[in-house]
Design a protein around this ligand. Structure first.
Ligand SMILES: Cc1ncc(COP(=O)(O)O)c(C=O)c1O
Length: 324
């Protein structure tokens, strides 16, 4: 069977072929029930179909490939600050490629499910007290990873890919996610809605669409609260701006509260049958705001990961969301 036939039948020689790419895009699913009569046609791009279960799969693989290509590893182990998903993806590909275990620095607030998953995969997890950077706990994890990668005593043991400043991160979305969306919507996309973490997804998509389909509006979603439970997302009012993030490339920022995001995710579960995670809920809530304002067109909403790692965080919103 040739590669195209195999991919069409979803037969992959190994995990590396299963990673998302233009030839093997993540699925896009229409949302027909969560917002009936919406002026926007809504599509969910399901990033949890990647091997490691999140949007960070693409950046992690691109950064590893880039570091190997440039000969940067030199037998050193990877160390990376992450709120979970990047670490899971890095360790998964480190295993598939036979690299050393990854050291992951992680804020203590991260759900226990993610920490356990990291350990199951074989990662070394360094939990950084949330108080290490009280304004934004993930910034404490960044400092801890930098210390291991840069200090003279450990620098020959660790290499940090540094997702917040690594151009391979947005490039993964420029080369794959953008073209996938253009092809999957047959060029009809008018609005792109994605959450801001490192900014990799937003920057890659913004650059791709600015060059190819400049009328497309790129919407960034940020948590409304300073202390929030939208894991993977950053509130730039309190957290440092990632080096790769250029706010001038996004057309609008929409802020979403924990409550609105989690409740929308539950609506997505109950109305559409989609196992949406909290940030997928946040992005969909932002799409609803656009629709309520009368924006017209075809909106593609990034669904970064599913709900399974966050079930405990959903508990408090479960009974508020009325069945209808
Ligand atoms: C769970 C999760 N991880 C990560 C991200 C951020 O992606 P990026 O680092 O590409 O900005 C998001 C964005 O929505 C997310 O929801």
């Amino acid at each position: 069977m040739d590669k195209n036939t195999r991919m069409h039948l979803r037969v992959y020689k190994d995990l590396m072929e299963l990673a998302a790419s233009r030839e093997n895009p993540t699925p896009m699913v229409g949302l027909s029930r969560v917002m009936p009569d919406s002026s926007l046609t809504l599509w969910a791009k399901l990033e949890w179909y990647s091997p490691s279960g999140s949007v960070k799969d693409r950046a992690a693989l691109a950064m590893i490939r880039g570091a190997i290509k440039r000969g940067e590893l030199n037998g050193r182990a990877l160390v990376e600050p992450t709120s979970g998903n990047t670490g899971i993806a890095l360790q998964l590909y480190a295993n598939a490629l036979g690299l050393l275990p990854v050291t992951v620095t992680i804020p203590e607030m991260v759900p226990e499910e993610e920490v356990l998953l990291l350990r199951l995969l074989g990662a070394e997890v360094v939990e950084v007290p949330d108080g290490a950077c009280p304004r934004m706990p993930t910034d404490g994890a960044i400092a801890a990873a930098k210390a291991l990668a840069d200090s003279p005593a450990t620098t020959d043991q660790y290499h940090m890919l540094y997702q917040y400043g690594n151009p391979d991160n947005p490039q993964a979305h420029y080369e794959n996610t953008g073209p996938e969306i253009a092809a999957q919507t047959e060029g009809r996309v008018t609005h792109l809605i994605a959450g801001l973490g490192t900014g990799g997804t937003l920057m890659g998509l913004a650059r791709y669409f600015k060059e190819r389909h400049p009328a497309v509006k790129v919407i960034s979603v940020e948590p409304a609260e300073a202390e929030h439970s939208l894991f993977g997302l950053r509130n730039l009012e309190v957290a440092m701006k990632p080096e790769i993030y250029d706010p001038s490339l996004v057309h609008e920022v929409i802020k979403v509260s924990d409550r609105d995001a989690y409740r929308m995710a539950i609506r997505l579960m109950r109305k559409e049958g989609l196992l949406a995670g909290p940030s997928a809920g946040a992005n969909t809530y932002a799409a609803m705001q656009l629709a309520q304002r009368g924006e017209v067109g075809t909106a593609v909403i990034i669904f970064p990961d599913d709900a399974l790692k966050y079930v405990h965080h959903f508990k408090q919103y479960m009974d508020q969301e009325v069945r209808s």
